[in-house]
Design a protein around this ligand. Structure first.
Ligand code: SF4
Length: 331
């Protein structure tokens, strides 16, 4: 499909201190054993090989990446790789008060923080074990550490938090953050997705436009979000319409799971075993060829197919394909 390989998303752990209902609500799960998790050296070597293929951006994800011990050491190793220009992190920020500055000092450039509600009781319900205040403090810590532009991500689910769209926008505008809303998706197998629970990008924009005038930003490139500026010049907002406005044609990301699988689509059911090669005698050149073969053969377009099925008389059955859970894959 002629999609260039531009980004690498690295999951450093499948553990998380939250159990968000839309992501991975299960307590019991076949967690990856410690000896199967890639070491920082193995991740850095992989990133170096990807940089040799032209990748300039790396996003560190999880699970919750901050639960992996020594994360600033990894970021330092990634920042030292020639050709890597941008290192971003996706986090729930609950441990960011201690970690924002060390990560910044190590070379982290940007951060995206998940926050689906500004109400403490609702936050507990959605995350099943998280507290709102440490996350709010973590957002401020990101600001103090100059990790901007700071993006805030909210998954909007009908009957759960769609009444907070304007509150979240206002919170972001006041704090000088970029708010991004994400359509609720059928990631993994455990989130009991149904299309009625999804609030579409169009609906989200209608709500925002009821209070603010928006101007669409040109030049979307391979960004998943459609971004808008507020016409009063006070910041911007983005909407990721993965379900109703798929962007597979511009999908330029490879994902590396915590246990060393290369996965070329968020909705894949399998990955290619990179760890086996990293732990063999394979040279960097051989591993590079392995990566290139995966990327060239790649024909993923899950979201486009899902939308076509949703619009067909037979409809779309989310359980029809077993997928890797997002907690292993890094979103
Ligand atoms: S569904 Fe797969 S191919 Fe399409 S945008 Fe998402 S990750 Fe990329």
């Amino acid at each position: 499909m002629n999609r260039p390989l531009e980004d690498l998303r690295v999951s450093v752990t499948d553990r998380c201190n939250f159990r968000c209902t839309y992501c991975m609500p299960l307590d019991e799960y076949p967690w990856i054993s410690r000896d199967q998790i890639l070491t920082f050296e193995e991740i850095s070597r992989t990133a170096r090989i990807f940089a040799g293929l032209g990748v300039k951006k790396i996003r560190v994800t999880g699970g919750e990446p901050l639960v992996r011990k020594g994360l600033p050491d990894l970021v330092g190793q990634l920042a030292a790789i020639p050709g890597i220009e941008d290192i971003a992190l996706t986090t729930n920020a609950s441990r960011f008060v201690e970690l924002a500055q060390p990560l910044r000092d190590a070379g982290l450039n940007r951060v995206t923080i998940s926050i689906d509600t500004l109400r403490a009781d609702r936050f507990r319900e959605i995350t099943q074990r998280g507290e709102l205040q440490p996350v709010l403090d973590g957002i401020q810590a990101a600001k103090r550490a100059d990790l901007g532009p700071i993006k805030l991500n909210a998954v909007i689910e009908r009957g759960v938090n769609e009444d907070e769209i304007l509150d979240l926008v206002e919170f972001a505008r006041e704090g000088d953050f970029e708010m991004r809303f994400i359509e609720y998706m059928d990631v993994g197998n455990a989130n009991e997705w149904s299309s009625d629970k999804m609030v579409s990008a169009r609906e989200i924009l209608t709500v925002i436009r009821s209070r603010y005038e928006l101007v669409e930003k040109p030049g979307r490139g391979s960004r998943p979000s459609k971004d808008y500026d507020f016409s009063d010049g006070r910041g911007g907002v983005g909407v990721i319409g993965s379900v109703t406005e798929p962007f597979c044609g511009a999908c330029s990301r490879m994902r590396l799971t915590a246990d060393g699988k290369l996965v070329s689509c968020l909705f894949s059911d399998t990955g290619a075993d990179l760890k086996k090669r990293l732990r063999s005698e394979a040279t960097d050149e051989e591993i590079s060829v392995f990566i290139q073969e995966i990327w060239r053969k790649r024909d993923d377009r899950y979201s486009e197919t899902r939308l076509a099925q949703m619009n067909s008389p037979s409809g779309y059955t989310p359980q029809s394909r077993k997928k890797i859970e997002m907690i292993s894959l890094g979103g």
